[in-house]
Ligand binder design. Structure first.
Ligand code: APR
Length: 311
């Protein structure tokens, strides 16, 4: 039997994730949205399926506004939520998106209690925390997508600066998915060469700054929503790593129980992704400066969590 991948929210990120996933034939896909969207998820699913004969994939896609077809999913990706508009921070979305997460978890989890849940809705770390708490699932199976995207942004900017292949660039962005995220310069390499040997400090600082504001840069260009091609590709990489049991090390937001000295928070750290979800959390030895940056990022998430109103 083919794996079943449910994507809740058939908007920009959801549909783009479905697109990247369909091409990889990782499983059949169920696109879910709210009843008010009427035929929209069905239309997108059909459209994506009709690309199959041209591109050469046999992925089956279903669009729906009820959860019945999602039953027994292997993976549930949650992209349901409101994206930001220019001038908004991800944190501004907290209460409207919290209610959406509550709705999605209450409907999806009873039907797919064994699935691995990937959260994309912003503010990411707080929404992952809420999904984890409400779902009652083990922490290995509720994972926030952010670090792959933030690291990909940093890798892109470095490749642009040095005029090298993006595959040569390894970078790791940790912490919360907000403007206080922590690009780990010390662990950034190009073909194994530390970035500090290739670029002067001012250039590296500028790349770090652009990475932190990478999502905002796109919001201000698009004006009507936030990024979706790269976020969708990041989710597809997580789904592939899980379904193929790749043991891929990437940064993801996970519920911490003492790792990095942190408790009761979802935070972006390097993890090993495999068929069980998060199979290991990797603790990097941090210097004082990095620890101080992580602390600022923790504070931003704690403030957002404190703004959460009860259902
Ligand atoms: N259940 C299912 N789907 C929902 C619900 C819900 N309770 N509430 C809203 N949706 C759907 C909307 O109907 C819409 O189709 O979620 C979709 C969101 O799509 P877009 O508005 O295009 O937003 P998108 O760019 O995909 O971003 C979604 O991901 O990156 C984050 O910050 C972003 O939180 C935002 C989320």
């Amino acid at each position: 039997m083919r794996p079943k991948i449910t994507i809740v929210g058939a908007g920009n990120v959801g549909a783009t994730t479905a697109h990247w996933l369909a091409e990889r034939e990782l499983g059949d896909i169920v696109l879910v949205d709210i009843p008010q969207t009427e035929g929209m998820p069905k239309g997108k699913a059909l459209d994506l399926m009709q690309a199959g004969p041209i591109v050469g994939y046999n992925t089956r896609l279903i669009g729906t506004t009820d959860y019945e077809p999602t039953a027994n999913s292997d993976i549930v990706v949650i992209t349901a939520g409101v994206p930001r508009k220019p001038g908004m921070s991800r944190e501004d979305l907290v209460n409207v998106n919290a209610n959406i997460i509550r709705d999605v978890i209450s409907k999806a989890v009873p039907l797919s209690p064994n699935a691995i849940y990937i959260v994309v809705t912003n503010p990411l770390d707080t929404m992952t925390y809420l999904a984890y708490k409400l779902s009652g699932l083990p922490r290995e199976r509720v994972i926030g997508q952010a670090g792959i995207l933030d690291s990909a942004r940093m890798r892109t900017f470095i490749a642009m600066e040095l005029d090298v292949a993006v595959e040569n660039v390894q970078a790791m962005v940790l912490g919360g998915h907000g403007d206080e995220m922590v690009p780990m310069v010390r662990f950034t390499t190009v073909a194994g060469i530390p970035i500090s040997m290739l670029l002067p400090k001012e250039k590296i600082d500028a790349i770090v700054d652009r990475t932190r504001k990478g999502g905002g840069e796109i919001v201000s260009l698009l004006k009507t929503g936030s990024a979706y091609y790269a976020p969708g590709a990041a989710v597809a990489q997580m789904v592939e790593a899980i379904l193929k049991d790749q043991k891929l090390i990437v940064p993801c937001s996970v519920y911490l129980q003492g790792e990095y000295g942190l408790h009761d928070i979802c935070f972006g750290v390097p993890v090993k992704l495999g068929r069980k979800g998060v199979e290991q959390i990797i603790e990097l030895p941090l210097n004082e400066e990095e620890r101080a940056m992580l602390e600022r990022s923790v504070q931003l998430i704690r403030n957002t969590m404190a703004a959460l109103q009860p259902a």
